[in-house]
Design a protein around this ligand. Structure first.
Ligand code: SF4
Ligand code: MG
Length: 317
């Protein structure tokens, strides 16, 4: 099927007094209707910047300096403000990490879900409140909570409310940026389960952003790994977990192959991501890569097909 979202050679730079800093460098991916793409990488890799660029929410000093974003064939980067407003609610909604800051403390849950429905669908407040109750039910919250304020709900419930708000106008596409990160492990699992069920029932696509690959193992159709603003590897989820090709992905999965003997389990990857104002030449991962060789220090690896539907940017392939 033709993609619902197509991101092509996206480039984002931060304009600083000492010159431009490239935060997202030639990133391309497609997401089909009903598909979940997991976008993973350490913090600072550019994941949220990709999300904000797709929704045209970047503000200076961050500027899109190259590439294209198409949604259902529409050129998102060419939309005017009015087109963007409709696009953001009806076509693509964003669920942020922190439900506490996303909700207004002085409005009830019901008012916050109903507001965009009244504003965009022109229904009466009573009708909007009925839809708000149905949305709450979708995320497993009793409609008696319509009159509650955010502080009266648990963290997990608040995040469910944020998801309900994102779904208020039934967009076919959701971007979820670390939607469970602030929650404890048990609640994280519940919310992910809930999102998976909603996705099955309602059929929307998701771009799911996380620093924790283990969260999206069963949940994603495909996975894209971002390192220092560039895609390191993309593959079907099952292939990425069973046969990670890129040394960075192997590190994220805690399984750098050792030269002899079985894979070692590691907590994280030694070293830290590069300073984007002055990234290393060649492969940006080479200072941390246990498999780096001479070429890696001077030549930038290009993302290319290294197995069926499996792309990697690494000189080993
Ligand atoms: Fe490691 Fe070289 Fe591959 Fe980069 S290109 S990931 S340094 S082996
Ligand atoms: Mg982020």
């Amino acid at each position: 099927p033709s993609p619902l979202l197509s991101v092509q050679d996206l480039r984002v730079e931060f304009i600083t007094p000492t010159g431009p800093v490239c935060a997202v460098d030639n990133v391309s991916f497609d997401i089909a209707p009903g598909e979940v793409l997991g976008l993973a990488g350490e913090s600072g890799s550019g994941k949220s910047t990709v999300a904000m660029a797709i929704m045209r929410l970047l503000r200076p000093p961050a500027v899109i300096t190259g590439g294209h974003v198409y949604f259902a064939g529409q050129d998102v980067l060419a939309m005017n403000e009015e087109q963007l407003r409709a696009f953001r609610w009806r076509k693509m909604a964003l669920v942020f990490q922190s439900a506490m800051t996303a909700l207004n403390p002085v409005l009830t849950i019901g008012e916050q879900i109903a507001d965009p429905i009244i504003a965009h669908d022109g229904v009466t407040p009573a009708q909007a409140m009925e839809r708000a109750a149905a949305l709450l039910k979708l995320v497993n919250i009793d409609s008696s909570r319509l009159n509650s304020y955010p502080h009266q709900l648990s963290g997990g419930m608040r995040q469910r409310v944020v998801i309900a708000i994102a779904m208020a106008l039934k967009p076919p596409f959701l971007i979820m940026d670390e939607p469970t990160t602030a929650l404890d492990v048990v609640v994280q699992k519940e919310i992910l389960q809930q999102i998976a069920e909603l996705k099955e029932r309602l059929g929307f696509s998701i771009l799911f952003i996380t620093h924790d690959l283990s969260l999206i193992a069963e949940f994603s159709t495909r996975i894209a790994i971002l390192y220092a603003g560039k895609l390191a590897e993309t593959a079907r989820a099952k292939d990425l977990f069973s046969d990670p090709k890129h040394p960075y992905t192997q590190g994220l999965l805690g399984s750098f192959p050792s030269v002899r003997g079985p894979r070692r389990r590691l907590q994280g990857i030694p070293g830290s991501p590069p300073d984007m104002r002055n990234p290393p030449p060649g492969c940006r991962f080479h200072p941390r890569c246990p498999q780096a060789f001479a070429t890696c220090q001077n030549e930038l690896p290009v993302l290319r097909e290294i197995a069926p539907e499996h792309r990697g940017a690494c000189h080993l392939y």
